[in-house]
Design a protein around this ligand. Structure first.
Ligand SMILES: C[S@@+](CC[C@H](N)C(=O)[O-])C[C@H]1O[C@@H](n2cnc3c(N)ncnc32)[C@H](O)[C@@H]1O
Length: 237
């Protein structure tokens, strides 16, 4: 049976309690966040940039961006309000620079061209319609902006065992896309200059990155009414 958003909500509402303390923070999430920050810095230096982090969870990555790239503004979206709520203290600490919004990766509540970077770390395998999510991420990037997406690398035997056997055994029918499939999704969404890098380690992961083209809204018109986020309303207390 295909993994769906109700399952994701159930899983992460339960997991939110212990999420920030789990061993994956050390094995996978921390290293993947550092890889993304290195890439953002390599592209943008210390310039002020607007970053959308899709599937932001409890905001650990957003807080790391603030520590490493103080001029950045980060908006984090997550499907599961329990995950956002668990990060309340973190969101409060960085208020004014970081904004949590409850939303679905397949329907991003932002106008086209809003962000310089869209990041997505360790979340993509939960999306039932990965093609829609990539199209949405592309739509909200400004022309020349970058999508940087990290997820478990399942093409090598060790990665296959971790993600397709162990993780899928615990989470159900999640889908870690192969490098080839990820590239095809990026190409299909009209992103250009796709590059991929495998990070080997105890939990290998794949970083796929590409640039947004000039007139993306012609390719991916929003399939919902765009509402500007009202900061007071989404802030999680
Ligand atoms: C393993 S956590 C990763 C959190 C964070 N990106 C990190 O690296 O620490 C996956 C996150 O994806 C979120 N998620 C799952 N399905 C989603 C969807 N359709 N749209 C947005 N977020 C989703 C979950 O609620 C969860 O917070």
């Amino acid at each position: 049976m295909a993994y769906d958003k109700q399952q994701a909500t159930h899983e992460f509402t339960l997991w939110s309690e212990s999420y920030d303390r789990c061993i994956l923070q050390w094995l996978l999430f921390g290293p993947s966040h550092r890889a993304l920050i290195r890439r953002i810095r390599a592209v943008a230096g210390d310039r002020p940039v607007r970053i959308l982090d899709v599937g932001c969870g409890t905001g650990v990555f957003a807080a790391r961006i603030r520590a490493e790239l103080p001029a950045a503004r980060v908006c984090g979206i997550d499907l599961v309000s329990g995950m956002l709520a668990k990060g309340a203290e973190r969101w409060r600490r960085h208020a004014g620079h970081v904004l949590p919004v409850q939303a679905d990766s397949e329907r991003l509540p932002f106008a086209a061209g809003t962000f310089d970077f869209v990041t997505c770390a360790n979340s993509f395998h939960h999306y039932p319609r990965q093609d829609r999510a990539v199209a949405e991420m592309h739509r909200v990037l400004r022309p020349g902006g970058r999508l940087m997406l990290i997820d478990g690398y399942r093409d090598a035997p060790w990665g296959w065992f971790i993600y397709d056997v162990c993780v899928a055994g615990v989470e159900g029918a999640v889908h870690h896309a192969s490098a080839r499939r990820m590239r095809a999704l990026f190409d299909q969404a009209g992103l250009r200059g796709v590059r991929q890098r495998v990070h080997r380690g105890p939990a290998p992961f794949l970083l796929t990155e590409a640039e947004a083209i000039e007139s993306v809204s012609a390719i991916h018109p929003p399939h919902f009414r765009v509402a500007s986020p009202a900061p007071g309303r989404e802030a999680v207390s």
